[in-house]
Design a protein. Structure first.
Length: 153
């Protein structure tokens, strides 16, 4: 079995580890997990990157809280703040949201993972999607910035 690797700095809680291990047994290529659990700081960094490459806050189900984070990004970028400062300002908003039980991403609840896809053939990606659904994924989204499969379980 090809198995899987987890990028450095990525945290997989026990349920996510079990999910990924089960999925990996059914795909013909070793999988790469590019994201797992995210605290507000990691979520802010991920959103910064998404916004930087042209992603929108509209992909989030909770549009108003996502827009608040996006507004902090836009404000920081237009004022010339450093990346570190912009991410910290975004994280501060996310921390406040979490304290009010608002989670923009299932990553923040440790019930989502991202798999790298640019290295997969069409058949391997289909195997991955099928295996994710077989093992309880409720949402499987093929995202393009950067190329990955976002999976919620």
């Amino acid at each position: 079995m090809p198995g899987y690797t987890v990028k450095p700095g990525v945290t997989l809680k026990s349920d996510a580890q079990a999910f990924v291990a089960a999925v990996a047994t059914e795909v013909d290529k070793a999988l790469v997990v590019t994201s797992g659990y995210r605290d507000p700081d990691k979520q802010a960094a991920a959103m910064y990157t998404k916004f930087k490459v042209g992603g929108s806050y509209h992909i989030y189900r909770q549009t108003l809280p996502a827009k608040a984070v996006y507004d902090a990004y836009v404000s920081g970028m237009s004022s010339g703040s450093s990346k570190a400062q912009v991410v910290e300002d975004m994280a501060a908003i996310l921390r406040k949201q979490v304290s009010n039980h608002i989670y923009l991403s299932r990553h923040m609840r440790a019930t989502a993972v991202d798999f790298r896809t640019f290295n997969l053939t069409r058949l391997e990606k289909q195997q991955l999607e099928k295996a994710c659904k077989k093992h309880g994924a409720s949402v499987v989204i093929d995202e393009g910035h950067p190329p990955h499969l976002h999976v919620q379980f």
